[in-house]
Structures are given as structure tokens and as C-alpha cells.
Design a binder for this molecule. Structure first.
Ligand code: AMO
Length: 434
């Protein structure tokens, strides 16, 4: 019999052959006269069978989390889910662990606190479900990227060490840069706008930094921002339309390419048709009226209000998403374009998904004069922003875009309680290690 080196997803093509496949021993489950040896490969957990008749070594020699090359016979078996059994002939141990895992990682899920789950991240991620989360996240990014490229967006990479904050507020990390002040980018806002003047449509998927001092289930200090920016738009609604199509495309992409993970994590993929939109002020009043909630903050949503609005929309329309438009100017950064009819209001929006804000977007000011005027009204140091204002000064099309928080999006898709579950190695106010 010929011995071939195979990947897990090729096994079905090798019934009747002896194959070699490598991976880590995920779990050994002893039965009365044989044992299941589960092999963790790149994406699949492969079930192998140890039997005294075929296997040429004692089972006691095997240890969980050993890295091995398995030689096995792929035998047709109609009772098996896969249509075959993988009977182990021999195992070559390449590396054995020094100690056994301090946390049980090979059950259906890792049964521990979120702190331990994250403290032991390098190994807890080996759990089948834990690692599937980040395959889904990969699929989200691939789907988004494929969609945006199809729509003729150019992918860019912008600096994360910057000279000024783009989003305002106190949540900016400072650092010393060869004797000068520098910051960690809160967003690629300035740079993606500049690149609209170059490529018309651009996007970036990269880390950004927010010095959030609050320990909440939705705030990270480092997260992945999915940003796009497009020129020659007629209105900010065009950005919302593009995001709607992007989400629809991404869910289809996941459905097509991530079936095993969708099944394993029991993901409920939302159906995206048209996403309902409500104006900010109307949403505030609606929540107050429907849920007898007193409005305490007239300029922003409280987390509870985001949840209630989503609930209301879901019950009325069936949509898991809702756009909220016309956010108050004073809560939006200086680059946001205002509604000419009502200066208190911006031509911007947020997208809420299953109770949480996952996107902010809108139209930007493209006129140099208008931008300078607004900055003056805000008492900003115009000189400091000279390099940003260059694009306005030397010609810019009407444009707008958005930023979507990848971890928030993933965690809501997976209906998790905390954004950290969808962050490989979260950075929060208490966490820098691992
Ligand atoms: P904003 O500051 O609203 O907008 O951020 C956009 C999206 O990023 C996510 N997000 C976060 N995720 C995890 N932890 C955080 N601390 C955190 N902060 C924000 C959210 C949010 O909706 N430049 C604009 C976008 C634009 O207009 O293009 C911006 O950064 O999902």
C-alpha cells in the first residue's frame, strides 16, 4: 500500500490507503477494547481509532497535546459520519508536553472564568470552539475584503504612530517620539480621507488604540478597525447602502466558506435585506415613550437605550440591525459634515447590531473654508492640522466613510456577552499579558 501525506479535508479521497497526517493529540478517549484518539489539525479535529490488532505500539505511550505524525489506514465504514474510519498503525511523536494543561481544554467548551480563559490564552485557544471564533473572524475579514475589492476600493496601510488625535476626547495614548510628543492612532480617519484624494475609494483593516479607562464588556484598548472611505458620494445614505451590501455579502461569504464553524458555534446568521433607519432624536423619544425611560443624556445613547432600540426594531421589523442617523454635532468630531438645514445635527450615522453600536460613519467636510470655520468654532489649533488640511485646500471630492469595530461585530454575531471573547489577546485596563 502506498503511504501518502494528507490534509484532514483530503482524507475522504484516500479510502483504502495508508496515509500520514500530522497534528496534536487533542483527546484520548478509552473504550473497552479500543480508544478514540482525536487529532487536532489545522482546522478539523480528526477522529482516529487505536486498536490492539492494528496499532503497533502501546496506547500508554500517547499523551494529550503531543505533536505527532500518525500513520493510519483509511477504512470504509458506513456507520461513521465521515464514511470512513481512520485506524492508527503507528505514531511518531515529534514533541511531547513537559506538563499537562492546567485547564481542561478538550471538552465541548473551556469551563472556566473569563480571567483564566484569557490568562491561559495560548492553550485555551486550542479548544475546538475557542479557535473556531477566530476562523469566523478571519471569514468576516475575508468577506469584507472581497466585497470592497469588488467595489473597486484600494486597500491601504496607514501609520499607527501619529502626530495628533483624530477622534478628539481624552482616550488617546501618548508616547515619547525622539523628544517629541506622538500618539497611538485612535483611527485612520485623517489618512483614509487623504487617500480618497488619491484613489477615490480606500479601505483599511488594522489595529487602533483607545485609552479607555473603563472596564466594560464592550471596550478594548486595542481593537481592529475596519475602515472605508469613498469619494463622489451624493449623501451619507450612500455609505449606509454600501455597508448594508457589505454585511449581506459577508454573511453569504461565511455561509459558503465557514460551514463547519457555523455549525460548531451554532451561529445564527442574520438575514440582511434593507436595514431600517431612525433619526437619533426620534429614537430617543421612542425609547422613552415605549419603555418609560427618562431621557438623561440628550446627546448620546446609554447602553441600555441601544439595547431597547434594537429590541423594538427587532420586534417590529425582524431586523437585527438598525441605523441611527443625525447624531448631534457636539458629539461628533470636527470633520463631520453638518446638516445645512440644522447645524446642530450631523450627516452621520451609527449602526447598532443586536443591542450594541458596531459602526460609526458619515459624510465629511470637503470644503477648506467650511472645515477651517468649524475648527475655529471649536477653538482648535489650526496650524497643528496643516498637513491634514492640505487635502481640503488643494481639492477634495464630496466624501464619507465609516469605521466598524471587528471584535464588537464578531462578538455580537456569536451572541457573546463580552467583546473580549472575540479578541485573540485582549488589551484592557487590567490586561497586558499574554
Ligand atoms: P468611532 O470612534 O465611533 O468612530 O469608532 C468606530 C467603531 O469602532 C468600535 N470601537 C471600539 N471597539 C472596541 N473597543 C473600543 N474601545 C472601541 N471604540 C470604538 C465601535 C465603533 O462603532 N473615525 C470614526 C469612524 C468613521 O467615521 O469613519 C471612528 O473611529 O464598533
Amino acid at each position: 500500500l502506498e503511504k501518502v501525506v494528507v490534509e484532514a479535508d483530503e482524507l475522504k479521497n484516500h479510502i483504502g490507503n495508508i496515509v500520514q497526517i500530522h497534528g496534536s493529540i487533542y483527546k484520548i478517549r478509552k473504550m473497552s477494547d479500543f480508544a478514540f484518539v482525536l487529532l487536532r489539525t489545522k482546522r478539523e479535529i480528526v477522529q482516529c481509532i487505536y486498536t490492539k490488532e492494528i496499532s503497533e505500539f502501546p496506547l500508554e505511550e500517547l499523551e494529550e497535546e503531543s505533536c505527532v505524525i500518525v500513520s493510519a489506514y483509511v477504512q470504509e465504514e458506513s456507520r461513521s459520519k465521515t464514511g470512513y474510519d481512520l485506524k492508527i498503525k503507528n505514531i511518531n511523536v515529534l514533541s511531547a508536553p513537559e506538563a499537562s494543561s492546567p485547564i481542561v481544554i478538550n471538552n465541548k467548551f473551556v469551563d472556566t472564568s473569563i480571567e483564566k480563559l484569557l490568562d491561559f490564552r495560548p492553550i485555551t485557544l486550542r479548544n475546538e470552539k475557542e479557535r473556531a471564533i477566530f476562523k469566523i473572524q478571519e471569514g468576516i475579514v475575508d468577506g469584507i475584503r472581497e466585497f470592497l475589492k469588488k467595489e473597486r476600493f484600494t486597500e491601504i496601510r496607514t501609520p499607527k504612530i501619529v502626530y495628533a488625535g483624530a477622534e478628539g476626547g481624552a482616550n488617546i495614548f501618548r508616547l515619547e517620539y525622539f523628544g517629541r510628543n506622538a500618539y497611538l492612532a485612535q483611527s485612520p480617519q485623517f489618512y483614509k480621507q487623504m487617500m480618497v484624494g488619491v484613489y477615490e475609494r480606500v479601505f483599511e483593516i488594522a489595529p487602533v488604540y483607545r485609552a479607555e479607562k473603563h472596564d466594560t464588556s464592550r471596550h478594548l484598548n486595542e481593537y481592529t478597525s475596519v475602515d472605508f472611505e469613498m469619494g463622489y458620494i451624493n449623501s451619507f445614505e450612500e455609505i449606509m447602502q454600501t455597508e448594508t451590501m457589505m454585511l449581506r455579502y459577508t454573511f453569504q461569504y461565511l455561509e459558503k466558506n465557514y460551514e463547519p464553524e457555523i455549525k460548531l458555534l451554532k451561529i445564527n446568521l442574520p438575514f440582511v435585506h434593507e436595514i431600517p433607519a431612525v433619526k437619533f432624536t426620534e429614537a430617543k423619544e421612542l425609547i422613552a415613550k415605549e419603555y418609560h425611560k427618562e431621557i438623561t443624556d440628550f446627546d448620546d445613547f446609554e447602553p441600555e437605550e441601544e439595547k431597547l432600540l434594537c429590541r423594538w426594531i427587532k420586534e417590529r421589523t425582524g431586523s437585527d440591525f438598525v441605523f441611527v442617523t443625525g447624531y448631534p454635532s457636539k458629539k461628533r468630531p470636527f470633520y463631520a459634515m453638518e446638516n445645512k438645514e440644522n447645524r446642530e445635527e450631523t450627516l452621520s450615522f451609527d449602526l447598532l447590531f443586536r443591542g450594541l453600536e458596531i459602526t460609526t460613519g458619515g459624510q465629511r467636510i470637503h470644503s477648506y473654508r467650511e472645515q477651517i470655520e468649524k475648527m475655529k468654532r471649536r477653538d482648535m489649533d489650526i496650524e497643528q492640522f496643516e498637513s491634514y488640511l492640505m487635502m481640503h485646500k488643494y481639492g477634495m471630492p464630496p466624501h464619507g466613510g465609516l469605521g466598524l469595530g471587528l471584535e464588537r461585530f464578531t462578538s455580537k454575531l456569536l451572541e457573546q456577552e463580552n467583546v473580549r471573547f472575540s479578541t485573540l489577546f485582549p488589551r484592557d485596563i487590567n490586561r497586558l499579558v499574554p
